[in-house]
Design a binder for this molecule. Structure first.
Ligand code: FAD
Length: 520
């Protein structure tokens, strides 16, 4: 069996060679089977030809439309202007495209996306008009639904009290609502959305990294923001990743998802403020109790201090007399009286020490120094107002935690603030100011400065003022000179330092430095 070249069957239609002109029948067949409604009209729009899709789209059989005018499809709701535009373009021998409302044979309406164009003879004169239209009702309905949904979502998001922002892969703001813009204006210097996002990222470094990296959502993460003179603010933050389909044509056959982040920020300042207020009231009661205890301890210490001198003196005199009398010491009545006095004195000292009220031990925990300062300022409001002292409070926006005994550290700040108020109150200065600031120093310590516009402390007394029972006040004035000694003691307990800045000349500047915990 031989295998020859495959020969074309003799009844198969001849294939036109490339470049050869196609038969008019080809074009007729093309128009006939095109999936779009095609019609050819005379110059008055009377239909001369219509294809199958025209019949399917309009519901009319072809025999019913041939010879009829295209206006048979008009239902009277398309504005006149649209038809005028159509005809005016045709009159200029130009095509026109637009959307009309057409009526089918069964009286139902549909949207017709229509293109009309003139068909010319060899001299460029218009012979016919060509019309092509398709039913775009479904597409329009879909577009309208999407647009309506967008409008509704925008209205809801726009009116939402929560601040919302959508970030792209580079953390750029791609969408935000008015509440977010308002919050950005209130909380950041430049008022930009990017700055607010940076602030949130800075405060929520770990959850934000997990959200960016693994798309792990977070919820209810709180950020306390201390804004100096203004009331402190609290934000409750939620973050989640959203994956949306890529819309670009180039990825039509290889769809991929784009990752965005949605951040929702709720301003819970009012709620927290209320909680703070009730906490402050509880604190007031606690501090009053502690102050009473401190006062008693101070009185006891003062009494011990005063008694210790004479008792020491009697003991020294006793030893001297014992040495002098030698063997006869046993029978000497003065000596035995002195012995009794010494013993009685020592017993009195012991019972005073034993009766001294004990401070209860306080566990160390992470303490926010800014918060303590704010509490102390609130607790001292009455005194500050009474003395007409203006407080300038400049907190570090982000302060690490200090591991410490919270109420002990609060006592330190209260003591320093009360000292400052007293200094300003008793001086003749016209400026009555108290400046308090915090900042991080050398990435190791939280530095707190309390500066008053009072008379200041002379350089030669800058160390002495921390000694127990030392006071610059007149002897009859209140206070036993224990305040700064107590400050020194507590700060040392926290491995910190406190000193008077002797270079400061416009009043008194007390500097407290407390090491902060690495976890902060
Ligand atoms: P008019 O627009 O005033 O029409 C009155 C009559 O005058 C109609 O017969 C109209 O065809 C004719 N006419 C109006 N202006 C001119 C002019 N400048 N020159 C010549 N004749 C004119 N309309 C639809 O509603 N739906 C369609 O799908 C549609 N398809 C069309 C396809 C083609 C190819 C053409 C040329 C027109 C088409 N039209 C269509 C327009 C249609 O001819 C009418 O203009 C329109 O329907 C409004 O008709 P009317 O009776 O309300 O008023």
């Amino acid at each position: 069996m031989t295998q020859g070249k495959p020969s074309r069957s003799s009844d198969a239609p001849a294939q036109p060679a490339a470049g050869a002109e196609l038969l008019p029948e080809v074009f007729r067949q093309m128009a006939e089977h095109a999936p779009i409604a095609i019609s050819i009209t005379d110059l008055k729009a009377n239909i001369l030809y219509a294809n199958r899709a025209f019949s399917t789209t309009t519901g009319y059989a072809l025999a019913e439309v041939i010879g009829k005018n295209e206006s048979m499809l008009s239902n009277g709701t398309t504005p006149r202007l649209v038809y005028q535009a159509l005809w005016s373009r045709l009159a200029q021998k130009k095509p026109w495209s637009g959307v009309l409302v057409n009526r089918r044979k069964d009286a139902s309406l549909y949207l017709a996306e229509l293109t009309v164009a003139p068909v010319f003879d060899e001299h460029g004169e218009t012979l016919y008009y060509l019309g092509m239209h398709r039913d775009t009702s479904d597409l329009h309905e879909l577009e309208q639904r999407v647009s309506n949904q967008r409008l509704m979502i925008e209205a809801v998001v726009g009116a939402a009290p929560a601040a919302m922002v959508v970030l792209d892969r580079d953390n750029r703001v791609v969408l935000s609502n008015p509440s977010f813009a308002r919050l950005a204006r209130e909380l950041t210097e430049g008022g930009s959305g990017d700055s607010l996002v940076a602030l949130v990222r800075e405060n929520l470094a770990l959850p934000f990294a997990a959200l960016e990296g693994e798309g792990r959502a977070f919820s209810g993460k709180e950020i306390p923001l201390d804004l100096g003179g203004h009331a402190p603010r609290w934000l409750s933050c939620h973050g989640m990743a959203i994956h949306v389909e890529d819309e670009r044509a180039q990825v039509f056959f290889a769809p991929g998802a784009e990752r965005y982040l949605l951040l929702t920020l709720n301003d819970i300042s009012e709620l927290r403020q209320k909680q703070q207020d009730s906490r402050l009231n509880a604190l007031k009661a606690l501090m009053a109790e502690e102050e009473l205890l401190d006062g008693m301890r101070e009185t006891f210490n003062g009494a011990i201090h005063r008694l210790q001198g004479p008792v020491n003196l009697i003991s020294a005199a006793l030893r001297m007399l014992e040495r002098r009398l030698g063997e006869q010491a046993g029978n000497d009545p003065v000596l035995s009286a002195m012995r009794e006095a010494s013993i009685a004195g020592q017993e009195a000292l012991d019972s005073l020490s034993g009766a001294m009220p004990v401070r209860r031990a306080e566990a160390k925990m992470p303490v926010n120094v800014n918060q303590l300062i704010r509490e102390v300022i609130s607790l001292c409001t009455d005194e500050l107002l009474a003395q007409g002292i203006v407080v300038d409070w400049q907190p570090a926006l982000r302060l690490p935690w200090v591991m410490g005994a919270e109420s002990r550290l609060r006592s330190v700040i209260k003591q320093l603030v009360m000292n400052a108020i007293e200094a300003v109150a008793h001086s003749q200065v016209s400026r009555r100011e108290l400046f308090i600031s915090t900042r991080v120093e050398n990435q190791q310590v939280v530095r707190l400065e309390i500066v008053d516009s009072g008379p200041g402390i002379p350089a030669e007394l800058a160390l002495k003022v921390f000694e127990p029972f030392f006071s610059t006040k007149p002897p009859h004035a209140a206070g036993h000179g224990m305040g700064l000694a107590m400050v020194q003691e507590i700060v040392s307990e926290h491995a910190g330092t406190v000193h008077i800045d002797t270079s400061y000349r416009d009043g008194c500047r007390v500097v407290v430095e407390l090491p902060f915990s690495a976890a902060g």
